[in-house]
Design a protein around this ligand. Structure first.
Ligand code: SF4
Ligand code: SF4
Length: 445
């Protein structure tokens, strides 16, 4: 019998049940050493790139702000180690185009000590001061969205927020970084949750955790406040349970209408890893210089969750985690459902990278064999947004992008990858939708 029989087990309709493959869940988070050279793109968030505060040749210390936010929808950048800024130049990014980046040559003597910090009493901060402190920390949605956290928690006066939902589902296969943070840092999580509640004026918070992480539920319950303002609820393990609209439906039985935001139904959703790290950083007055990354997959010899300094090149991470250095392989940043393949090992770990997965040749070949659509309807049955991915895919092949947007609601697709996962013909539907959205965005601009 379940240890938690009293929790509600509501869920959303459709979705899929991929193999979890969470083989790193049982090991503590380890620390990855500094690479000799770090690459720090100025745009690691949605919004305007940060503006450098340093010049080539300048020495910096770990934690020092090295680029400032450029406006409301932007965040600063902090040095991940002691060293010297070697250059400010274009470097390859995970998305393909080269982007302006700071190159930091790390001193061999650099330690884990954060040498630039401004500790404060977070209990005395007003909501406005909390939001400013969050922006100053450089925090973005660590689940992969990279939306600046202070902006997400800035609620216009016309919306009254009744509930903060904390997303502890980590529904992507393979990834366990949030699971480990819940187990190892529940007290920091509580600090972060309370700060977020004060920032948005919510009187309650619900932490949603999938039922394959009951040890994390138990760890969090030990730290819950006595006044019941923060609760934890178990939800069924199902992908994409962690998507905002799905989680709101599961926990509150509320529907967020198409094209609307959660705050329009009185809810703000935040990722659990983001709040756990905010709970560490804000009282210490520190910026975001590292994050937990799950490094795993069949091509990794030492899989695990690691504290990885932001800016560490992929090559260094893979060497440290024991990736085979020969043969064909595919490297995915993020989870297998929503992640992105990277072509260059010089691409760095940025704020929005929760996982690095390495797959070997056999799996790549299996995925590459694409067959015509057999009109089985599996993708329609799987789509949690009730879309018709089969039709959208056919229109994408014909480059009927306008039609996809106007009549088949491409804008409601949040690229969860369920359709691609279930397609027996291995049609790369979600990749087609990303291209179509890019074209439509370009036309709109
Ligand atoms: S169409 Fe979009 S939202 Fe629907 S299953 Fe495919 S990727 Fe997910
Ligand atoms: S799942 Fe694939 S084969 Fe089946 S209808 Fe959808 S696109 Fe066609």
């Amino acid at each position: 019998m379940s240890l938690f029989p009293f929790f509600r087990r509501k869920t959303f309709s459709r979705g899929v049940h991929p193999d979890a493959n969470k083989r790193t869940a049982g090991s503590p988070i380890r620390r990855m050493p500094f690479a000799s050279r770090m690459i720090l793109p100025l745009a690691q968030h949605i919004g305007k790139p940060a503006v450098p505060l340093v010049r080539a040749g300048e020495e910096v210390v770990r934690g020092q702000p090295i680029a400032r936010a450029d406006g409301f929808l932007s965040v600063p950048l902090h040095a991940p180690a002691d060293g010297v800024i070697e250059a400010i130049e274009l470097k390859p990014s995970a998305r393909g185009p080269w982007v302006e980046s700071l190159v930091l040559r790390v001193y061999e003597a650099s330690t884990q000590e954060v040498r630039w910090a401004n500790p404060c009493d977070v209990e005395s901060l007003s909501p406005k001061e909390i939001l400013q402190a969050i922006q100053d920390s450089g925090m973005v949605g660590l689940g992969g969205a990279t939306f600046p956290s202070h902006a997400k928690l800035s609620v216009p006066a016309e919306h009254k927020i009744h509930t903060l939902i904390v997303n502890g589902c980590e529904c992507e296969p393979y990834l366990t970084c949030d699971h480990r943070l819940m187990l190892e840092h529940p007290a920091d999580l509580m600090v972060g949750v309370r700060l977020a509640m004060r920032a948005i004026g919510a009187e309650r918070a619900i932490i949603g955790v999938e039922d394959n992480k009951l040890d994390a539920v138990a760890a969090i319950r030990e730290c819950l406040p006595a006044d019941s303002s923060i609760t934890v609820q178990v939800v069924p393990t199902k992908y994409p349970q962690g998507a905002e609209k799905m989680l709101i439906k599961s926990l509150l039985d509320l529907e967020v209408p198409p094209g609307k935001l959660p705050m329009q139904v009185g809810v703000v959703v935040n990722n659990i890893g983001t709040l756990a790290q905010l709970g560490q950083l804000l009282p210490a007055g520190q910026g975001l210089t590292e994050r937990v990354v799950t490094v795993t997959g069949p091509g990794i010899k030492k899989p695990g969750d690691y504290w990885v300094p932001i800016g560490t090149p992929m090559r260094t991470v893979l060497e440290w985690a024991g990736a085979a250095d020969s043969g064909e392989r595919e490297i995915i940043l993020g989870g297998p459902m929503m992640g992105q393949a990277v072509a260059s090992l010089e691409v760095p770990v940025t704020k929005g990278v929760p996982g690095i997965l390495v797959f070997d040749q056999l799996q790549i070949e299996a995925a590459r064999q694409v067959w015509p659509c057999i009109k089985c309807g599996e993708c329609v049955n799987a789509c949690p947004m009730g879309l018709n991915p089969s039709m959208l895919g056919m229109l994408a092949v014909q480059r009927e992008y306008e039609e996809m947007g106007t009549h088949y609601h491409l804008g409601d697709c949040f690229e969860c990858g369920c359709c691609t996962y279930v397609c027996p013909s291995h049609i790369p539907l979600v990749q087609q939708f990303r291209v179509a959205k890019g074209v439509l965005r370009g036309k709109a601009a």
